[in-house]
Write a protein that binds this ligand. Structure first.
Ligand code: ATP
Length: 216
């Protein structure tokens, strides 16, 4: 089984990392690939560059055998579309290997606005992770997808290459990259919200307006 979990990771934090490990555990210790996405220039002003986000991810997952990084979207020119990434992966993995993508309920609620969204279940399973406070509308395409393709247990995903939707409700740490960036820019400590190695590197690189006086 190949599992991808995409995000901006600007920066990666304990919320992302715990979620990735929970998903890995529930699928039977399968490896999970974190896929940092290309950030359009208008979002990049206060954030980190692709190279910096990648460096922080590398530090975050060092020593964790179940987590990997797939930087293909950063190497691609322009916007990253999940359908393109999955198509490329499907080509590499062959038609038989189960492939799954992780998505929060917030993103899944707008799934039918994604580019080529109808293709996605043909390419991969979808693991929908419950984000607190975000409930899926009972009507609409995402709800229909869940009703038609939903399975109760993770085991089913191992038996097919794609096409199933699994809803998981793992513990969710109330941490956001926005909150971390805001704390740093206000001169407050972001300690304990992300791995020490990540925060030390943020300070060393002076990211997000980090000032040297604050103890990370
Ligand atoms: P930002 O605050 O910059 O929007 P973020 O912290 O929400 O960033 P993203 O990189 O945008 O993180 O999110 C990538 C994926 O991680 C999304 O699917 C999102 O639902 C999920 N995610 C974000 N925060 C958490 C969290 N605290 N716990 C688990 N998953 C999270």
């Amino acid at each position: 089984m190949h599992v991808i979990y995409g995000g901006t990771f600007d920066p990666v934090h304990h919320g992302h990392l715990r979620l990735a490990l929970e998903v890995s555990d529930r699928l039977g210790s399968v490896p999970v690939s974190l896929v940092p996405c290309h950030i359009p220039p208008h979002r990049g002003e206060t954030g980190a560059t692709a190279t910096q986000r990648l460096r922080l991810l590398e530090l975050a997952i060092a020593d964790e055998p179940c987590l990997h990084i797939d930087d293909r979207e950063l190497r691609r020119e322009g916007a990253s579309y999940t359908a393109d990434t999955l198509r490329q992966l499907r080509k590499e993995l062959g038609a038989e290997l189960p492939l799954a993508m992780v998505v929060g309920t917030d993103a899944f609620a707008g799934f039918d606005c994604w580019k080529e969204w109808r293709q996605i279940p043909e390419l991969a399973h979808i693991i929908v992770v419950q984000r607190p406070g975000i409930t899926l509308a009972p009507e609409g395409e995402p709800a229909r997808l869940l009703a038609e393709r939903g399975v109760d247990g993770a085991g089913a995903l191992h038996g097919r290459a794609s096409g199933l939707v699994l809803k998981l409700d793992p513990p969710w740490l109330d941490i956001s990259a926005t909150g971390i960036r805001e704390r740093i820019s206000r001169g407050q400590s972001p300690r304990y919200l992300a791995p020490d190695a990540v925060l030390t590197e943020i300070q060393r690189m002076g990211l997000y307006g980090a000032c040297p006086e604050i103890n990370f």
